[in-house]
Design a protein around this ligand. Sequence first.
Ligand code: HAM
Length: 415
Amino acid sequence: MIQAVKGTKDILPINVKTWQFLEEKFRLITHRFSYNEMRTPIFEKTEVFSRTVGDETDIVNKEMYTFIDKGGESITLRPEQTAAIARAIIQNNLLQDNNLLKVWYFGSYFRYERPQKGRLREFHQFGTECIGSNTPESDAENIILGCELIREIGINNYSLLINSLGNENDRKNYKEKLISYLKSNSLDLSEESIQRLEKNPLRVLDSKDPVDIELLKNAPNIIDTIEDSSLKHFQKVLDYLKNSNINYEINHKLVRGLDYYSDTVFEFQSNELGAQNSFGGGGRYNTLFAQLGGKNIPAIGFAMGIERLIIILESLDKCKDNSNSLDFYIVVSSSEYSNYAFKIADILRKNNYSVYFDLTNKSFKSQFKDANKLNSNYTIIIGENEVNSNSISIKNMKTSEQILIEFNKLEEFKI
Ligand code: HAM
């Protein structure tokens, strides 16, 4: 038997209602904040991601699904959406007469990671990008949107972690301070952190190793290195959040796993998730457009992992009920009457009712059993009598009450 590829998951009919519920919430909340949906191809030229996400990040270094296509071009299945959105905005000149663009997206993304709870190789994200503004107001509004969405979904118990990485120069200075601190303690560092220290020192701050965590307690803080303008920006963002009753936790060790961030970065975390405790994250990215050959365009955004949101909903017993919501099951005593059944189904369906009739030549009795199994509200019974008298028997499955109506009165039948 051919199995699905490791790290991928089928979304079965029995689970799909929760996905649809989430998708409806994404549409609703982004509408309230005046964001428009945007869709880009599932694969891009590899450089879209290698130039922006960062050569030394885990994503670009180890996790991209990259292949050479038949034309000899290096192609990558998108590991994230932000860089592809920027590519599309530059290519389609979307910012020409519009100095602010607010877009949202939902789709599947690909990273060759070691699969575990909440970590897949094909996973789904919902995300937003607010492009063309460098104001603290745009940071605050974007974060408020994220919190509003989480609330609407029904998740109350989570943490919003926030930090500022300052500008490029601030980060360079901070890297030097951090490297010097870590090098003087490198004997105690984990193997992974020693490697990161060489290639991407800020990522050492993300280490989950208990000894590293202890050591990092006394490491220099990025906030002590950043310039006044970034500090003021950060303080304003925090003020706006406070003013909007958003609870946050400042965490100066929060750096995020992608290189394109500057100034505000944030993450949504939940204790229900185990090791992969972050279910969403984002931040400001003011240099990404220029890295892709565009103008300097400031922007901020975030993305949430759908599979992780669903794990949280499962733990709260808040997944959506998958029971069938069937309005009518049409039972026919013989396939001779299928034409009549098609006509009835057509009228009911045009009135937006869900209608089911047997397509597998089940016996009369089995069709009734089926109607019960599918939890149908009404059963329509079509036998010789009904067809000859141009009428329809309708049985209310809850009360067992049965009525006979004329065929041309069906249009008026309301449930
Ligand atoms: P990210 O932190 O790499 O950010 O991913 C965002 C979310 O996607 C994570 O918090 C997690 O919920 C989910 N996720 C990531 N990898 C996996 C995986 N292997 N399996 C399951 N879920 C996963 C970004 O992707 C940025 N583009 C976010 C952003 C938007 N920044 C600015 N704008």
